[in-house]
Design a protein around this ligand. Structure first.
Ligand SMILES: NC(=O)c1ccc[n+]([C@@H]2O[C@H](COP(=O)([O-])OP(=O)(O)OC[C@H]3O[C@@H](n4cnc5c(N)ncnc54)[C@H](O)[C@@H]3O)[C@@H](O)[C@H]2O)c1
Ligand SMILES: [Zn+2]
Ligand SMILES: [Zn+2]
Length: 351
């Protein structure tokens, strides 16, 4: 089969590799029909994720059809159409039992690490992929949900919702600011309304992304390049600050922006993956009663979000901006890597 293979920092190719085989009784093989590229894949290609070794097939998002099932799989069958979760879940360990799939202790990849696809085991940017713990790590795709909608449920929608909105404890009437209107920030914007956010302020350096954020539910936008960006946020909140500030970039400056605009007693939900250490000013924050949360997505809300996508209550169809087929995989990466120029949000790649 063909797959997108990592060849070390800066190196990748769409090339021939052996087909995956069932290795454990709970595995299935999925023929990938639709996949996409995540910002994390770009981090891997820069060499920022050293656990990814040369020869690894990248990708942790995908939709496809089951072509083979392991001997213990009873709840899925050949021909079933499925969404592949970015997080493995054995379903049996203590962490899986509490919904903390991000720390599944199943041995696959590495015990305690839920994100294994395109990281510690071969991923979804391929014609076929082996899915471990298939009954817990796959979701049947209902009729009426397109592949293009469904592939947003592998990673970005649960990430924005769980680590942004749920961890941020958004409640009815809240004013929520989302710093970073990339796919993950937009996913938080698109799902903040599920808990009744009244005002949703998108904050980004990129005017195009801010314009786009209105389609996902942002009620107000602030260009963070403006010298008075913070005053603009304060005017929108009667000088109080926001109830919840969601960080969806992953750099120290945007974490500080969140702690600067949150009101006393408010929540800062960090979603971004940080490569550099971030200063935490406990000496200022304690007296403002600020709560801070962070985490790796569990993807335990994917079945619930899937129902809402099926009812058009979450705009999953709005993320895809560019379409490619598998033999244009390298072009898809190029377009996604130059998102500021190409205005790409999610690039969808189909077989
Ligand atoms: N916690 C998790 O489980 C999890 C899962 C997936 C992704 N992530 C992380 O979420 C973050 C967002 O992912 P994404 O794919 O949307 O990223 P992205 O790079 O596509 O989007 C980031 C956005 O931030 C904006 N930005 C950059 N600097 C800014 C600044 N100073 N002020 C305001 N906006 C600024 C950019 O213009 C861009 O629109 C990344 O750090 C990613 O690694 C976390
Ligand atoms: Zn991802
Ligand atoms: Zn587990």
């Amino acid at each position: 089969m063909k797959a997108l293979v990592y060849g070390g920092p800066g190196q990748k190719s769409w090339t021939d590799v052996p087909d995956p085989k069932i290795q454990n009784p709970s595995d299935v093989i999925v023929k990938v029909e639709t996949t996409t590229i995540c910002g994390t894949d770009l981090h891997i290609l820069k060499g920022d994720v050293p656990a990814v070794t040369k020869g690894r097939i990248l990708g942790h998002e995908g939709v496809g059809t089951i072509t083979e099932t392991g001997s213990s799989v009873t709840g899925l069958k050949v021909g079933d159409r499925v969404i592949i979760s970015c997080i493995k879940s054995c379903g049996h360990c203590a962490n899986c039992k509490t919904g903390l799939y991000s720390h599944c202790m199943g041995e696959e990849g590495q015990s305690g690490i839920g994100w294994v696809f395109g990281h510690l085991i071969d991923g979804t940017q391929a014609e076929y992929v082996r899915v471990p713990y298939a009954e817990n790590s796959l979701h049947l795709l209902p009729e009426g949900v397109s592949d293009e909608q469904a592939v947003m449920l592998s990673d970005i929608l649960p990430t924005g919702f769980e680590i942004g909105v749920q961890y941020g404890r958004v409640k009815p009437g809240d004013t929520v600011a989302v710093v970073g209107a990339g796919p993950v920030g937009l996913a938080a914007i698109a799902t903040a309304g599920l808990y009744g956010a009244a005002t949703i302020i998108a904050i980004d350096l990129d005017a195009n992304r801010l314009e786009k954020s209105r389609e996902f539910g942002a009620t107000d936008v602030v260009l963070s390049g403006d010298a008075d960006w913070k005053d603009q946020v304060m005017v929108l909140t009667d000088g109080q600050g926001v109830d919840v500030a969601i960080e969806a970039v992953g750099i120290p400056a945007t974490f500080s922006m969140c702690t600067d605009i949150v009101r006393p007693g408010g929540n800062v939900a960090n979603v971004g993956v940080h490569g550099k250490s971030v200063e935490l000013h406990v000496e200022d924050l304690w007296i403002r009663n600020i709560n801070i949360s962070m985490g790796l997505v569990n993807a335990n809300t994917t079945p619930m979000l899937l129902k809402l996508v099926a009812q058009d209550k979450v705009p999953a169809d709005k993320f895809a901006t560019h379409h490619f087929n598998f033999d244009q995989f390298m072009d898809a990466y190029d377009t996604f890597a130059r998102a500021a120029e190409t205005k790409a949000l999610k690039v969808v790649i189909t077989a």
